[in-house]
Design a protein around this ligand. Sequence first.
Ligand code: ADP
Length: 511
Amino acid sequence: MASLGRLRAALPGPCSLPAPLRRLASGWGSAAALLRSGAFMDGRWVEVAAAFPVCDPGSGTELARVADCGAAEARAAVRAAHRAWPSWSAAPAKERSALLRKWYHLMIENKDDLAKIITAENGKPLKEAHGEILYSASFLEWFAEEARRVYGDIIPPAAKDRRILVLKQPVGVAAIITPWNFPSAMITRKVGAALAAGCTVVVKPAEDTPLSALALAELANQAGIPAGVFNVVPCSRQQTPAVGEALCTDPLVAKISFTGSTATGKLLLHYAADTVKRVSMELGGHAPFIVFDSANVDQAVAGALASKYRNSGQTCVCTNRFLVQKGIHDTFVEKFAKAIEKELHVGNGFDERTTQGPLINEKAVEKVERHISDAVAQGASIVTGGKRHSLGKNFFEPTLLSNVTTNMLCTQEETFGPVAPVIKFDTEAEAVAIANSANVGLAGYFYSQDPGQIWRVAEQLEVGMVGVNEGLLSAVECPFGGVKQSGLGREGSKYGIDEYLEVKYVCFGGL
Ligand code: ADP
């Protein structure tokens, strides 16, 4: 059992260790060192005068106080990353690969504790948190492999006395800004690619979930990632605009990679414009889930449950609108409602039975309530759920709405919560038109057993990722990203590393 004294020693900075976190960490032994509260810069834990609270979204209880960095710390971290860049980018790919792999192994060794940190600060069920840690670690493993496969090209020249080469080189320092819904995986999906390419990074994690980012820093340090290569500057919501601006306008930063809301993404794009930084943006979605008459309805219901209610509906690839053809509509709605009532259990993420943790904060619950009341006021029916759960605070009942029309808010904006609105449609063309009416396009799903229809609809959906008879599609090997206002660039897969590489053409003349 780790003593309080030992845990305190593991938590530099202005942090005290409140009882909930102390309970969480009891029995962790040396893994208690994963609970950090300082900023991590230039290979060191740095104390900052101010601190901000990190709270359990289920109870509101304070878990820890974490260093509240400001613009000065952000700029210092950028300078550290910039100093580290020449030697990191010049290191043989094999060395960078080995360090990423070591970091991956440390994540796997500590996977249970890392999962507990996610559940504590994000609220998602422990089983989902375990899944996230494996997914998160898989990016370090994948990019450890990709690091060694960054090939250039030799191009046949038009002139006899020339030879043409193409080199791929790291872009430089990357500023990485991540959300709270996947507190670990959204970091490694970017950082794995960046470090593999030879870039150095400064990460600003979401204010709701900095502990997972700091645990990653601790493991990066243990893995021997050199000082300045991976830096983390946590900050409160109040400091976020200043820190964001400092990171995204600093001339030493060459690249911004962001995952979060479309509104924040647009602001960061403005920042990037001034110094023409490279950008990757993974922004909001509004995923349609179409069930055609030919679908296997049980498969569609299973896919719908997974795609809608994972992480309590708080992922950017979660279904936001169900479009169900009129012939299968009533059966689908009836079976979907039964499945929700039987299989989903709202509760604390640490309870084994829980499939639905709390929403991240009050603002998120209010948005869900607003979408439901708007839909009901315009004629939608609540089939199941529809209100806050008796557990209180940020817990919400998984909700199914029928008689939904396209003029309701829930079919126009991302809900980011456990609400499934069902729109009835008549023809394939009508469904595709409704699906494509959004100004964003991240994921889209449809269920059909008709091969012709599968090809047509997969090609016509204006999204970056399509699930055909599948409700979950994220995997390290696959390119993740969107079209329209869902963003720019792709993460993971063989394409993800290109986001951190420049193409340089070298012309050898006079031969
Ligand atoms: P959400 O509303 O779901 O929290 P955001 O886009 O606001 O979505 O948050 C995603 C990430 O963007 C978080 O790390 C957050 O702190 C950060 N963020 C929010 N506003 C800004 C800003 N003005 N500059 C830089 N980062 C920001």
